[in-house]
Design a protein around this ligand. Sequence first.
Ligand code: DNO
Length: 417
Amino acid sequence: MNENSNNTNSQTPPLGGGGVEFIYSWRWFGPDERITLSEIRQAGATGIVSALHQIPVGDVWEKEAILERKEMIEAAGLSWEVVESLPVSEDIKRQTGDYLTHIENYKISISNLAECGIQTICYNFMPVLDWSRTNLKVHFRDGSQTSGFQLYVFAAFDLFILKRNGAENDYSKEVVAKAKEYFQSLNDDGKKHLEETILYGLPGSMKTYSLDEFKTHLALYKGIDRKKLKEHLRFFLNHVIPVAEKCGVKMAVHPDDPPWNLLGLPRIVSTVDDLQEITEMIDSPSNGVTLCTGSLGVGHFNNLTEIAEKLAPCIHFVHLRNVIRDSGLNFQEETFFEGDIDMVGVVKALIEEGFRRQKETGEPCRLPVRPDHGHQMLDEIGKENYPGYSLYGRMKNLAEIKGLTIGLIHVLSEKKN
Ligand code: DNO
């Protein structure tokens, strides 16, 4: 074998075997990101999870733009496995303004993606905010940095910065008192920092909402409760799932992070019951879920192994990361094996499902999996990247995912035979 091999063939042999092929994937925000495709390949990924963040939400993803990104990825010896996300516009979530046009555009984007060979699409239905933290740089015990959420800090933002009407009814007396004390301890910089952290916006844009912009967005959700938002999701699925099914695309809804209502905004993809209800809204192999162990896992009421087992046939995409949480709705991102989530139990459920699918179809089951957020560590501390989307932290998690999945597939295949 040539020592200086520059082989860019993405067809690396499947690892693990036994009828289940995890596609070891990595989220890449595109060519503007600091982390390059070459680094991603060296980190051990073969699949890419990406999105065309430059296209305004609601517009069509034209084939030309999709192919341009695809070629870039393939030129680096990788393959574009999943779109995360094909974003659902706020208009669609609220059923206001241009929502019908946006839905039509969404359908065109799905078929354009399918024609370009991309068959898994992740999306979410969280109003206004995507994921929320109160601290994006928690000092972790080993010297790295991670992210966390403290309910009283969040409440301090809600009560004293946002000054939302009726906010005090959403927290216990203890939390309100702690929030007050905390807020009084902050200087102006501390207050600004808290505001920016919570309004960080979406991964894929470094944009932070201004407080006024945010208030405007919140106000537009007046009158939209869980029931209404579910109706809007059902309407959206009724339109897009038949198109996805026709072109062989799997839609995978991403759970809410964190999985509870925030700032008076309803969240409807938070529990096993929510997920089951959504998958039953329209019975189709294209109507599935993204199993995100971290987003669901911060809810002390969610048992991830149970969710993986119950939802198994509908899981099209997996995000693996660990967290610690408590019953007071506080949480922190942990190292891969040391949190409250039983990663072994979850992966075991996925492998069993893989065996089942292989038996059903006669084909090996391919399931894209990616490390989600990683700690900021080593000489990446102080460097800029989307919070959680570090190179080294995710590289470590990916190695742990590979070890766990390959080892478990081996053991479970032996047991089966
Ligand atoms: C956070 C991610 C989410 C996810 C979207 C999917 O890091 O897990 O932003 O990409 O919610 O639509």
